[in-house]
Structures are given as C-alpha cells and as structure tokens.
Ligand binder design. Structure first.
Ligand code: HEM
Length: 371
C-alpha cells in the first residue's frame, strides 16, 4: 500500500470528513472519547460503535431540531416543501407511514437495478471522449441517478439534466448550505417536481420519489470513487480483481466499512438523554461518527486491516434503527457496476492518487480528481 503523507490531525469530527486520512484520529476518539462534548462544534460527538448504535436507536433523539422541522433558509420555498415531506427528515408516525412505502419500493428495485446500472455504466462511458478526471467525477454522480431514474420510470432524455438538479437540491439540503446553494436548490426543486409529476397520485409521492435520487446521488458516487482509491492504493488487490479472483462487490462491501462515503449523521435531543456517564439536554445536537464506529475494534476485529473476504463484517455506514438506509443493496449494486465498467476500460488508477482531494462537505467523503 502506498504510504499516505503525514498531515496534522483534523480539528474535529467534521473536519475529519474531508481530511486525507482521518482514521487515526477516529481511532483515538473511539479509545479516549467515545462520547464527548466538543465546544468548538457546539455539539456532542459519539464515536464508539456502542454509543453510536445506542443513539441511533434512542427515540428521544430526533432527525431534526423540534423547533425547526425545515431549515429556516428553505421555509416557504419549493425546496422546503420537498424537505418537509421526506421520510429522512421526519420522526414518529409521519416517518413510519412514509417509511413503509419507501421500503416496499426500494425492495422492488432490487435486483432489477443490477441490470439497469450495468447498462447505464456502459452507455455513460461510451458517450464523450477520453476518460479524464472531469468525466470520472461526473460519471460517479450520474450513474446512480440514471440507474435509479430508470427504476423510477423517468423520461430517459431528462436524466442528464435531472442529475444536475438533484445535485443542486442536495447541496441546498446539506448542513452548512450557503445562500447561493439555497437559491440554486429552490430553482431545481421546481423543475424536479414537474419531472416527477407522475408520482402525484402514487403512494410514494413526488417528494419521496425525488428523495430517493437525492439520497442516492452523492453517497453512491462516494462509494464508487472510494473503491477506486482503495484499489489504486493496493496493487495486489487490483491485480486479483482484474484477474477476477476477487469480486468487485466484495471490495465495495469492505470500502463501505473501511472508508465510507457517509462519515456521520446528526441527531437532536428532544428530551434529556443519559448515556455513558453523560447527560444530553433537550435541544443538544449530537454528531454520530459512523466512520469512526466502523473502525471500533470492539465492533470489527483488526479494524485497520482492509479485507474484502472479512467474515462477520459489521458497519454503521447505512445507519441503524428506524431511519436505517433502505438503499444499501441498491447502492452497493450501482457502485459495483460502475467500478466494474471502469476497470474493464483499464482506467489508470495510479493517476487518481496523484490528484485526489475531497469535495467540501460536513458529512460526505467524496473524492474529486479534478485537481
Ligand atoms: C453508499 C450509499 C449510501 C449510504 C452510505 C447511505 C447512508 C444512509 C444513512 C446513514 C442513512 C440514515 C441517516 C440517519 O439515520 O441519520 C440513510 C437514509 C436513507 N437512505 Fe441511504 N445511503 C446510501 C444510498 C442510498 C440509496 C441508493 C438510496 C435509495 C435507493 C437511499 C435512500 C435512503 C433513504 C430514503 C433514507 C431515509 C430513511 C429513513 O429516514 O427512514 N440511500 N442512508
């Protein structure tokens, strides 16, 4: 494995998300501060698997602050209307009713999404010129939208434009969005709602149909690109995958644990919650460092070892409890199809390691190769 350059430890669990190598820092949090208040962030940070699991399953913690179900900047806009309805952003009965429909739909997409993803991977790579960094970044986000868009019966001709709009909406919804992000997201929301009008009388609804694309786009792109990096750093593994001695899906599944695209999620205490000798008070926020928990030695033995054949792999990358991701199998299928197609085209993996940076984000770890 190629040595990572020595860099200073990240300042906190949010800066860790886009740090070149946050994992020694996460290991220290797991060992020394499994749950601690970070005054700089103004939030609790949970890092050990035990605390992260407990908090994901704690009903007094909510996905949104009670006083602000929709971020202030989105209120009264087309983007705010979508946000308010999302399964991801609701708790209690508003969540469970939507959740049943979403789960039934994502289950039905699997396994047909395998074939759709393989077909779109070929088509997207066939169009356009050389496979340079710009095309690779675009391919990674466009593939999930095209594969899932086909499952959602969207007009094929609209898919390239929809991918951009879903990206704009995701940026407007992301923690830390600025005014420009919100403006672009609001414009995108109107156009997306029109493209999804065939969901108006469908139990999934326009908002949660759009929600599937928005939950899938950047996250799955990150999984695909982090898998390329995992292979780029390991020549023997890359050779074994090229010789089909190790399946791409197994490598992707280990990347889910080892270098996940979703590094953390947040919760907000609705009432006082006591855990591990600490008390979270009503109104407190907590960052659940999913990526740190995956590397907890009490959760996965020898967590620093990258092993696609790992038995009893455990991960919190897709969450746990009531809000656990219903798209896990779909995401792994799409990332696998994308990586397979790129390897078949002999993508120069080594070159990727020379220009890698991470897109600015407070929770997603998505490499970009456009230096
Ligand atoms: C590698 C890719 C993905 C990762 C790492 C990921 C991760 C997550 C996580 C951590 C959550 C829970 C957040 C929380 O509890 O705070 C979540 C929720 C969700 N994800 Fe994913 N996801 C991925 C891909 C997808 C895909 C492909 C879909 C759609 C097909 C999807 C749909 C959803 C939905 C609808 C929710 C909300 C569920 C709920 O609140 O009940 N995700 N995802």
């Amino acid at each position: 494995m190629q040595a990572l350059e020595p860099t200073a430890e990240p300042r906190n669990a949010i800066a860790a998300v886009t740090h070149p190598n946050p994992y020694p820092y996460y290991a220290r949090l797991v060992a020394e501060a499994p749950l601690a208040y970070d005054a700089q962030l103004g939030a609790w940070v949970a890092a050990s698997a035990e605390t992260v699991c407990a908090l994901l399953n704690e009903p007094r913690l909510r996905v949104r602050p009670t006083a602000e179900p929709v971020p202030k900047a989105l209120r009264g806009s087309a983007a705010g209307v979508i946000f308010r309805q999302l399964v991801r952003m609701n708790d209690g009965t508003a969540h469970s009713a939507r959740r049943k429909v979403v789960e039934a739909r994502t289950t039905a997409f699997n396994p047909p999404v395998d074939a759709a993803a393989a077909r779109w991977a070929q088509r997207l790579l066939d169009g356009g010129g050389a496979l340079d960094a710009t095309r690779l970044d675009a391919f990674a986000v466009d593939l999930p939208v095209h594969a899932l868009g086909t499952m959602l019966r969207l007009d094929e001709a609209l898919l390239p434009q929809l991918s951009e709009r879903v990206g704009a909406l995701a940026r407007a919804f992301a923690p830390g969005a600025d005014e420009d992000d919100v403006d672009r997201g609001v414009r995108a929301a109107g156009a997306l709602s029109a493209a999804f009008s065939h969901y108006e009388n469908d139990p999934l609804g326009i908002e949660n149909a759009i929600g599937l694309l928005f939950q899938a786009r950047e996250t799955t792109a990150g999984l695909l690109l982090n898998t390329l990096l995992a292979l780029a750093h390991r020549r023997a593994l890359h050779a074994a995958v090229m010789a089909r001695r190790i399946a791409v899906r197994e490598v992707v599944s280990e990347v889910v644990r080892y270098d996940p695209p979703v590094q953390n999620t947040r919760r907000f205490a609705d009432e006082e919650v006591a855990l591990g000798g600490h008390v979270l008070r009503a109104g407190d926020a907590v960052v659940l460092a999913l990526a740190a928990a995956n590397r907890d030695p009490a959760f996965n033995p020898e967590p620093e070892r990258f092993d696609p054949a790992r038995t009893n792999r455990r991960t919190l990358t897709f969450g746990d409890g009531a809000h656990a991701c219903p798209g896990e199998i779909i995401a792994i299928a799409i990332a696998t199809a994308g990586v397979r197609a790129l390897l078949d085209r002999r993508l120069d993996l080594e070159a990727l390691t020379r220009t890698v940076t991470y897109r600015p984000s407070l929770n997603l770890r998505i490499p970009s190769f456009t230096a």
